[in-house]
Design a protein around this ligand. Structure first.
Ligand code: ZN
Length: 184
């Protein structure tokens, strides 16, 4: 214990000097605030927020804000994901509508919570797409929406065990002839 005290009394053991000069230049850092270096999301009140440009500029001009990488950007950088939707047998005539639906859903999710994102829509081929998301429940929500809109699809969800925690959802459009028969 005594040794510890002695150690901290020595001023050269305290490693914050470079940052201190930065504090003096920019004013005190905003307490608890972080800015994502990739997407500019701001962390405060225990979560990440997407700020309107004007408020972001004001925050940055008033405070020094520590730079970090938000969990969603980190996940994307590490090529990881929490949700995966595999969509199969997509009829050609529904492809545009499906693409529009997925993008719209992703945009609304991001609007509500900047950590909920579609990472990518990968087209394996014209009839099979893979959608990855930063949040596991987002995958299931998108799958439900596809079922609701297109109706003639089957949705199967599987969860991988912790610590992976990835939610995988398989969405299969029923074979084309079934559509035709039931519609007739
Ligand atoms: Zn970010």
């Amino acid at each position: 214990m005594n040794d510890m005290r002695k150690m901290f009394k020595k001023p050269h053991n305290i490693a914050l000097y470079p940052e201190r000069t930065e504090f003096q230049e920019f004013g005190k850092p905003a307490r608890g605030y972080r800015r994502c270096r990739v997407c500019n999301a701001i962390y405060y009140d225990k979560s990440w927020h997407r700020e309107k440009q004007a408020r972001l500029h004001r925050l940055l001009s008033l405070h020094k804000i520590w730079v970090a990488t938000c969990p969603a950007c980190q996940m994307i950088r590490d090529h990881e994901f929490e949700g995966k939707i595999m969509i199969e047998n997509i009829p050609a005539r529904f492809q545009d509508e499906l693409c529009h639906l997925i993008k719209g859903f992703g945009a609304r999710a991001y609007e509500q919570d900047c950590q909920h994102r579609i990472i990518a829509v990968t087209k394996e081929d014209k009839r099979a797409w893979i959608v990855t998301t930063t949040e596991n429940q987002l995958a299931e929500k998108i799958a439900k929406k596809i079922k609701e809109v297109f109706d003639k699809v089957e949705v199967k969800t599987s969860y991988s065990r912790a610590p992976d925690d990835v939610e995988r959802v398989r969405v299969s459009f029923k074979p084309f002839y079934e559509f035709e028969n039931k519609r007739g």
